[in-house]
Design a protein around this ligand. Sequence first.
Ligand SMILES: *Cc1c(COP(=O)(O)O)cnc(C)c1O
Length: 391
Amino acid sequence: MAPLNSSWLEISQGALERNVATFRGLLAQNACRLGGVLKGNAYGHGFKAVLPVLHPLLDVLYVIEPEDALAVRAFEASTHAPRKEVLVIGATEPDEAVALARAGVTLCVGDDGWRKNVEALRAARLPQPAKAHVHIDTGLSREGYAPGDIRRGFAFLADASDVLEVVGVFSHFANTEDVTEQEYALFQLENFRQGTDELRVLLGTTNVLEQHLAASAAALVLPQARLSVVRAGISLYGLWPSTETRLSARLTLPVVPTLSPALSWRCRSQIVKTLSPGSFVGYGCTWRCDVPTRIALLPVGYYDGLPRLVSGKAHVIVKGCRAPVLGRVMMNHIIVDVTRATHDDSPVVATLVGTDGTETLGVDTLSDWAQTINYEFVTRLGPHLKRTLTD
Ligand SMILES: *Cc1c(COP(=O)(O)O)cnc(C)c1O
């Protein structure tokens, strides 16, 4: 039975599979592989819940936290699944770099802080060098060596060839999802080409380097950025990176790809009761009933990831009807008006995100109410919420 004191998340396996198929369809034209990003607790969808679904469908898995990469290896070992290419795109401490190298996880090198990781790798005397991708900063000014700095950065990398084998090169776009005209992305792409060429010369290699630059937005609307592989995050979970990206897709692609949101958020009512006219509802007495009002008390609040900013704007769906949130979002509760949605005081199920009957509430709508973006909304869904896979 679903819990009474907490909301829960349903993750649709079918939706995840359809999104993978959408990307496969797009990438086939460019013979590009599909990587998926599972950072931020798999964009709030639950790393543990989605890993068994996405692992067999992806070519590469990208995580930020070393422990997530090791969890992928543990999953593979326990299910006898083949080992996939796994990259840690976040920062790593020396002892983490050693553990990852031992587990056959590909490391991402992009700053001089890596010198101490190299020392640790050397001290560990691993049987073979760890695979590494070099991060180039092409214009985001986040991780990576800037193009003019590759030669200097490489001086230490060249010395590290006993413990690091460079097999790939990558970068990250700054504003592909913020615009419909991609001049800056094209500038970054050009920087990336130059940086990659420079790196190749410095490496003295003609080896094929794996190259990746595109996250969801570029993978969707900038075909020239589909290099060896893409790193799809938000859209793998069925969400558009932005309105601009969706508009770009409409303008530039022969057909707009279909994305299927994978996440639904629901809860059971804790109490249903009728308030008499004049009753105040919630903290601050910001709502007052002017007519008899049947309300449902729902066990979900800002602790769970429903921002307090949606107070006075949001509704949930109960029995296929919109039920407005009355008053303020509290830490563990909201109160919704179910006068029209239900006709007695028996318990109800409320949908915060997802479909019930003919009504649908999307993450994008909630993000707008909360004055944020879908990325922040989903990654702030509490890690304590139960996530279950559905068809
Ligand atoms: C988060 C991230 C991605 C995925 O971005 P989406 O817009 O969610 O697809 C890809 N690459 C890097 C380096 C990232 O940090």
